[in-house]
Design a protein around this ligand. Sequence first.
Ligand code: NAD
Length: 435
Amino acid sequence: MNVAILGTGYVGLSTGVCLSEIGHRVVCIDLDEQKINNLIQGISPIYEPGLENLLIKNIEVGRMEFTTSHRDGLKGAEIIIIAVGTPQKNDGAADLSYLEQAVKDISIHLEQSAIVVLKSTVPVGTNEYIKSILDDRCSKQAAIEIISNPEFLRQGSAIMDTMKADRIIIGYANREAANKVLEMYRPLNVPFLLTSIRSAEMIKYASNSFLATKISFINEVANLCEAVGADIKEVAEGMGKDKRIGEAFLRPGIGYGGSCFPKDVKALLHTADLHGVHFSLLKETIAINDLQQETLVRKAMNRFGDLKGKKIALLGLAFKPETDDMREAPSIKISRLLTNLGAEVVAYDPVAKDNARKILGDTITYSSSINEAVLNSDAVFIITEWKEIKYLDMAKLLKNMRHPIIFDGRNCLDEERVRACEALEYYPIGRPAIL
Ligand code: NAD
């Protein structure tokens, strides 16, 4: 099939290379000229395992093209996927301005009939809203059908998640259009679910809000474990054995971040407020998360009394491993808290340094290795469980630190290795400290 994709960010680009890989001809359209120029040369603008290989391969076989021209990109497209950002407005609502612009671009340049597939995360009712705009504005010969097809990929495993999705949701009003989109995905051979358009929109927000709530729940249980002397590792394992609960998302940490959970929970809460539905659980999910992002700083304050002049090494900056995305990463709040308290922050991340610098500027120092970051530090904060951080050489690390103290925000260091380092003070989350 001929597929055009508007927006070549994490979602649009991952979707584009995967659809190409299963045989479709894909044109990716983006407003960002530099991004498109890089993509034409097979250079991915984002760090995502496996993506660049597929990108180069599919450009070479002629199934992938890139353009900044909506007119060129939309020519001959049977399916048009919209994957532009829907960030958060100040009041928590989803900002639909990029989407409205994308819809305008389609209405101006589309000459043939097509199916518009909305992948961006949007509040209930948005698909109907954009269908009405397209029906009003598109030329008489272009009949538009709309499909709500929310995306569930996780950054860091976007290609795997697309190729082996748990499910594909197709929200539809026109069955023929739904069948055509199913046809597009058929080679992936993954489960799908046909729903109404409004249910599809809700499935996305409800899923992300549920996962975020699960994280806040286990973080709060971890805090309670610390208070009563229980061990969250054992507690979570015991809970997870219950199939009704499941093992996933029961790992405590420093709170959720990223481009989706924070904004999607707030957007769902905003929708509930608009409709007079009392969804105060989501308010608590957010409040717990805000506090949890401060937990390592609180632990360090308890340990040192005062952080003024202390050198803290942050290991990891990205909101999770295998991505360079810094949107809403807990490291932002942690860095700001530390510098406000007069600490000196030196950070290391294998890929997110440049994106972090755009947000944190020169308020912190960026190192090019773990050892450089920890040199003469008073404490290490583990922020992101990159493999090289999880398996770091402890003996070497401790030799270079001023004080051998680690606050592990991801409970990712192996307990036996920690115990083997006699001089080390180790503070995990929800578990007894090892002193
Ligand atoms: P992103 O910010 O990485 O990329 C969006 C891209 O759209 C940018 O490159 C931008 O230049 C481009 N764009 C904006 N307006 C355009 C227009 N009129 N025409 C063409 N291109 C345009 O966004 P993302 O992280 O890929 O997220 C996209 C959507 O998918 C959001 O609604 C998000 O909530 C949702 N989503 C994201 C993820 C994720 O992990 N990032 C997962 C599931 C769903």
